[in-house]
Design a protein around this ligand. Structure first.
Ligand SMILES: NC(=O)c1ccc[n+]([C@@H]2O[C@H](COP(=O)([O-])OP(=O)(O)OC[C@H]3O[C@@H](n4cnc5c(N)ncnc54)[C@H](OP(=O)(O)O)[C@@H]3O)[C@@H](O)[C@H]2O)c1
Length: 213
């Protein structure tokens, strides 16, 4: 599973009003579409659907659009959500048991009657649908739940030289104590042609060895 965050220099993925289009510039958006073209399914939380109404298609680069999956425990997905457009890609809505999904899409009911749906169960359900390469594209709560569960293999953070100063943090993980408990994934940084920086973080590898001073 790969996750991506498009964020400002100060680690924000949206303004306080939820505006996030677009923090990144063209090369980063091209990169995001290229990842979409390489996965079986792209998954977003209902918060992202309600805030951004994303298409989640591959439009900026050649390639096939993946299946689109909305994690929507209470069945709040609007019938006319753009991610559910009938364009030939599979469309899936995951809810808790008893919640409704819009007609005409695949509906998976999962988890307890309330509270968090275990991310491992979500991953298992996606596997049962035939999806193994999955991109979690947002938002903060959804990516954080998969990160906290240790299910994200690769994290791509696309940092734009932009300071929002307020707004949504990209990640909200379980609190840690000492700095030594921080995740320190093996990472490579790439300067994109128009100034954004891609951090490609391998969360499956051990931490970088940092020499003690
Ligand atoms: N810059 C970027 O890269 C980027 C990408 C995507 C989104 N965004 C921004 O992020 C913001 C949305 O983020 P968000 O954190 O508010 O929303 P989100 O992660 O898109 O969706 C959160 C909702 O999804 C459901 N959910 C997620 N994980 C769950 C789990 N394990 N079990 C049960 N329910 C789960 C819950 O729905 P219920 O509330 O119904 O329980 C939760 O409130 C928007 O402002 C959007 O613009 C930015």
């Amino acid at each position: 599973m790969i996750a991506q965050l498009g964020q400002s220099l100060d680690g924000r993925i949206a303004t306080p009003t939820g505006d996030s289009k677009y923090i990144n510039r063209d090369a980063a958006l091209d990169h995001l579409h290229a990842i979409r073209a390489h996965v079986d399914a792209v998954l977003v939380g209902i918060g992202t659907v309600l805030a951004d109404d994303p298409l989640l298609t591959v439009r900026r680069v050649p390639g096939r659009s993946p299946a689109r999956v909305i994690l929507d425990p209470s069945g709040r997905t609007p019938r006319d959500a753009r991610a559910l457009a009938d364009d030939g890609a599979r469309r899936v809505v995951i809810t808790r048991p008893g919640a409704r999904a819009p007609e005409g899409v695949e509906h998976v009911a999962l988890g307890p009657e309330d509270g968090t749906i275990p991310p491992a169960a979500i991953l298992g359900a996606l596997g049962a649908l035939g999806f193994t390469r999955i991109l979690v594209e947002g938002g903060a709560r959804t990516i954080s739940a998969f990160m906290d569960a240790g299910l994200v293999d690769r994290l791509h953070v696309l940092v734009a030289p932009l300071i929002l100063g307020s707004g949504r943090a990209g990640l909200d993980l379980k609190p840690i104590g000492p700095l030594s408990q921080a995740l320190r994934p093996r990472s490579r940084a790439y300067l994109l042609p128009d100034g954004d920086v891609l951090f490609d973080c391998d969360l499956t590898a051990g931490p970088e060895v940092v020499a003690a001073e």
